[in-house]
Ligand binder design. Sequence first.
Ligand code: PLP
Length: 398
Amino acid sequence: MLTAPYPYDALMEITARPKTVFVQGKGSRLWDDGGKRYLDFIQGWAVNALGHAPPAVAKALADQATRLITPSPAYFNDTSLRLAKALVDQSCFDQVFFANSGAEANEGAIKLARKYGARHKGGAYEIITFAGGFHGRTLATMAASGKKAFEPLFEPKVPGFPKARLNDVASVEALISDRTIAVMLEPIQGEAGVWPATDAFLRELRTLTRQHGLLLIVDEIQTGIGRTGKRFAYEHAEITPDIMTLGKGLGGGVPLAALLATEQASCFEHGDQGGTFNGNPLMCAAGLAVIEEIGQPAFLKSVTETGLYLEAELQRLSARHGLGEVRGRGLLLALDLKLPIAMAIASQAFEAGLLLNAPQADTLRFMPALNVTREEIVEMIGLLDAILTKVGAARRVA
Ligand code: PLP
C-alpha cells in the first residue's frame, strides 16, 4: 500500500480537499491511513446506498470478476439483461440503457428527447429545466443545470435549456413553444440544497406535458434506489414519467448509471447511443446486488422510518440552536442554518471525525447509507450538537 508522503500533485486539482487519505470503509464508517475513524453522512455523495464495502456488493463483484468482466457492448451479457429486466419490472419504464455516470445517463436522456422531437415533433429540441437544478458536468448537462456557478463557464453553452422555477407551473407553461420537446427535473433538487418538488407540482407537470405532447424526464440520480423511502421518488406523486435517469445508489459505490424510457419514448436507432463500458457485467452485478437488497420487504419501510427519525432529531437540534427548517424526504435531508456557516461546520465536523456535506453556504445536507442505524444518527447528532454549541459561543464572543 502507498504510504506518506503522497504524490498529491499527480492528480489534477479540481477541488479543495483535505490531505487526509482514506484507506478503508465499513457500513457508516471510514478510516484514514493514520487509523482515525470517521462517521460518514456523505457516503460518496449519496452513492453508497448500503454503506461502505457492503458484503452483498463485494461478493457480487468478486463472483462476477472471476466469471466475466466485459464481453464488449457489441454483445449481450446475462448480468446486464437480468438488471435491465429487474429495473423494468420495478418501474413504469420498458427499456434501459446502462451508462457509467449520472451525467452520461442524463446526456443520453437529452439525446433521446431530441431524437423524439426529430421523429415526432417537427424537430423540437428544447428541454425546459429549472433554476437551481443539477444534472451533471458534461457540456450539455451543465447547460441543463440551473447552477449559478456554471453560468460563466465553458462558453459557448449547449443551447436549448430554458429555465423555469421549481414548484411554479405557470413559469413552465410560459416557456412552452413549438421548439419544446420535454421538461426535465430532479424530484428533489439535491445540489441546490435539498429543495423538493411538491407532489402536486409533479402531478401538474405531468398533466401539462401530456396536454402539450411533451416528454417528462425525471433525474432520479440522487433520489432513486430507495433514497426517499420509495424505490423511485416519482412514486410519491403517483405519476408515470416518460424517461428517468438513475446513478449514484444504483451501483452501491461503483460507477453504474441508467437511462430508462417507456416504450413510446424509447426511440434510439442504431448508431445514436453507445459506449465502451456501457452495460458491462461487472458493474451490473453490483447493481443487481443493490436492488435485491433494496427489494427486501422491510427495506424501504425502514428507510422511511429512519428518515423520519433523522428528521425529528434534526428538528430538535434546530430548535435547540435557533436554526431554520429541515427539508427533504427519506434519507435525503437538509438543515437550514440561516447563516453562511455550513462550510465552517462541515470542516469542524471533519476534524471531529464526522463527514457532513455543505451544498450551500447556509445548508448542511445529510445523505447517509440507507441502512444507517439509529445509534449512528444519535452519534452524529451528538457531534453536530457540540460543534453548533462551539460555533454559537464563538459568535456570541465575536
Ligand atoms: N443528476 C443529479 C440529480 C445529481 O445529483 C448528480 C450528481 O451529483 C448528477 C446528475 C451527476 O452524476 P455524476 O456525478 O455521476 O455524473
